[in-house]
Design a protein. Structure first.
Length: 421
């Protein structure tokens, strides 16, 4: 994690000179000392600091045991966590709350808490409505302790939350469910409309936060996007917001097809994923596509055995082949399932029964299985454009949005064999 320091150099050096080195080594008795400051440079005196188990936040949110530790900063902004050795194998979030400002950093290691300085941003306010309010429903901000209730008219308000790209999780009598993703800049009031049809829907990503998939992250999945074609393979670098060429030794170039993908706002109707590319018709097998890795701890993938369909918004020219890469439950083999979708010029809601996915015809008979057998370990999902479905098309333009699985709540996508590693 990169920690921003907005303090006078003298103050930082003075603090470091007076701070004892923390004890390390996994004994279970490690101590971390850190500072919290406001953007003005003043110490965030008496601020509350929460240490959160991010890797299992969704699993433990209903029982409330995702909060690992808490502390209160001293007058000089110093706060300490003791006995942190047991957190060494956990993915953490740190949430810091002051009267006027806050901070929540995700995906940090316990070592990032040692001798670090955290600078708080002014709070923002998130308000809005839920399309269809559920009785007694509550809303949570994933990876944090922030929680509010949905009013009878469907309205809600988080009065003080730090800036960030947040997944909003709905909680009702049936469990925890994805309600939408919202980018929240610092010191602003954001008004959002959230999906209310959540009881059997796991919204993976709606692209409101660029190429992140925060709702998948909330469930303990570590997703990342990649581009592929017969000429190159690229991964998305979140720090630089760029596609980076993957110089994999096992990649063999066979053509000159190319692809680009970007997220933009469409007529005030939200952000959508745009795919631009060209199929090299002189190549014997031209292809382009974009994929989403859905690995979890142990690379066991997500559990879609309870999901009955996948739903997304799509439009464009030609056809797209939806592909799932799954892990064979008995062997080391990977098995591909696919479904061909004709696109239309207007964006349409596409709903595909997962039971209708067909196993790749090139799969060896010895490892052929049904979707029901393979659905417990889904590793990747791809949207691919192949020559066989786009014979007369060289230019590919497509729009994709709101990728969701129906029939399963968000916490149902992670089986106990995955999260208990």
């Amino acid at each position: 994690m990169k920690t921003l320091i907005h303090l006078p150099v003298f103050a930082v050096l003075l603090w470091l000179s007076c701070t004892q080195d923390t004890v390390r080594g996994g004994s279970g008795t490690e101590t971390t000392d850190s500072f919290a400051y406001l953007a003005s440079g003043a110490p965030a005196s008496n601020c509350k600091v929460f240490l959160i188990d991010q890797s299992n936040w969704m699993k433990h949110a209903l029982s409330g045991d995702y909060l690992l530790d808490s502390a209160t900063a001293a007058e000089d902004g110093l706060f300490t966590f003791r006995n942190t050795g047991s957190y060494r194998n956990k993915l953490l979030s740190i949430q810091i709350d002051h009267d006027s400002a806050g901070l929540c950093k995700k995906s940090i290691h316990v070592d990032d808490l040692s001798n670090s300085t955290f600078v708080l941003d002014r709070y923002s306010k998130l308000t809005g409505t839920v399309k269809r309010a559920e009785p007694d429903a509550a809303l949570r901000i994933e990876g944090t302790t922030y929680r509010t209730t949905v009013n009878a008219d469907g309205s809600f308000s988080f009065k003080k939350i730090p800036p960030g790209n947040w997944a909003v999780i709905a909680e009702d009598a049936s469990g925890l469910h994805s309600a939408g993703t919202v980018p929240v800049p610092a010191d602003t009031v954001v008004d959002a409309t959230l999906d209310g049809q959540w009881n059997d829907r796991f919204l993976v990503t709606d692209f409101e936060c660029g190429f992140t998939a925060p709702l998948a992250e909330a469930a303990g999945i570590s997703p990342f996007w990649y581009l592929f074609s017969d000429s190159t393979s690229k991964g998305y670098d979140f720090e630089t917001a760029q596609w980076v060429v993957d110089a994999s030794d096992d990649f063999t170039k066979s053509g000159n097809s190319f692809i680009d993908a970007y997220v933009k706002m469409v007529d005030g109707d939200g952000h959508k994923l745009f795919i631009d590319g060209k199929l090299d018709q002189s190549c014997s097998f031209p292809y382009i596509g974009i994929g989403l890795v859905l690995y979890t701890d142990g690379n066991n993938g997500v559990n879609l055995s309870d999901a009955d369909s996948i739903q997304f918004e799509a439009g464009g020219a030609g056809t797209v082949r939806l592909i799932f890469l799954t892990k064979h439950p008995q062997y080391t083999s990977k098995v591909r399932f696919s479904y061909v979708i004709p696109l239309t010029s207007e964006n349409e809601i596409v709903s595909i029964a997962l039971s209708s996915l067909e196993i790749n015809e090139q799969t060896e008979d010895s490892v052929k299985i049904s979707w029901a057998e393979a659905s417990g370990h889904v590793l990747m999902m791809e949207f691919a454009f192949y020559d066989s479905e786009n014979t007369d098309v060289s230019a590919v333009n497509a729009v994709i949005d709101n990728i969701a699985f129906r029939g399963t709540a968000i916490e149902g996508t992670i089986g106990p064999d995955v999260t208990d590693q």
